[in-house]
Design a protein around this ligand. Structure first.
Ligand SMILES: [Ca+2]
Length: 269
């Protein structure tokens, strides 16, 4: 019994020493991290073995006292993140956004929302992260834009503009009847009637998040260009949002209806 207590005390003491002496703790963490990096090199792509830490920028760390987390706040915590032994940070969307869906409604794919800082702040964060062997992963939202994106503003303006086909526009089945029975993730019809051109547009999520038409090669090029913009700034990759929603059935078959109703009062499908 006494031996067991002594053994536990020894472990606690070592633990206290490690936490009381940051340089020792950092050394230990860095040795572990080096071993992990060597291991991951032998195992293939880095991300298969990496420890990735998700950062929600609004709440992670405020640097200028406005009560909203920001990029400089993340940069100020990079030593802490390194000491955790992580390999990469994945940051939730920081693009300009009307914030209907907390940043998952993007109105510009190649800019930073002023709420979070500037592109210069972003570049400095990536540079400082690299010094600490931390990769930066962007959140990317390719399925839909914000309805405030200039692409959608053009698309909804007329049936004949070049960007009309960048989104999914269809005639209704009849007056007041959407093209089919598809439901939005957030309840009710996934189609919104737009009186400007008397057609419906498809939105899998909120009505303010019109789906892009990924069958249009110009859409794909625009999105790949946006990803290159960030890769050129040194990001290591992307976490891709709602990737299973990129393409819809071009024939718009109705979804089969199941018994009962869902939380929104719509039929189960
Ligand atoms: Ca889609």
């Amino acid at each position: 019994m006494w031996n067991r207590a002594k053994f536990i005390f020894a472990i606690v003491t070592i633990g206290l020493c490690l936490s009381a002496n940051p340089s020792l703790a950092q050394q230990a963490a860095s040795q572990v991290s080096k071993a992990e990096h060597a291991h991951s090199k032998a195992q293939g792509p880095w991300w298969k073995q990496a420890v990735i830490y998700e950062i929600y920028p609004r709440s992670f760390q405020d640097s200028n006292g406005d009560g909203v987390g920001d990029i400089n706040g993340i940069t100020s915590r990079l030593d802490y993140l390194r000491d955790l032994g992580i390999d990469a940070i994945w940051i939730s969307p920081m693009y300009p956004s009307p914030l209907v869906d907390f940043g998952y409604d993007i109105s510009d794919y190649t800019a930073i929302d002023p709420l979070y800082g500037t592109l210069a702040d972003f570049d400095r964060m990536v540079r400082e992260a690299k010094k600490r062997n931390i990769r930066v992963i962007m959140d990317f939202v390719p399925n839909h834009t914000s309805d405030q994106h200039p692409w959608f503003a053009e698309s909804r303006s007329s049936r004949t503009v070049p960007k009309r086909d960048w989104y999914i526009w269809r005639d209704g089945k009849g007056p007041g009847q959407p093209p089919n029975n598809w439901q939005s993730w957030f309840g009710h019809s996934a189609w919104k009637f737009d009186p400007t051109t008397n057609q419906y547009y498809y939105h899998h999520f909120y009505t303010e998040q019109p789906d892009l038409n990924w069958r249009n090669p110009q859409v794909r090029k625009a999105m790949y260009d946006a990803m290159r913009f960030w890769l050129d700034r040194g990001v290591a990759g992307f976490r891709i949002d709602a990737v299973s929603r990129l393409f819809e059935d071009p024939d718009l078959h109705d979804d089969p209806i199941l018994p009962g109703k869902n939380a929104y009062g719509d039929p189960n499908m």
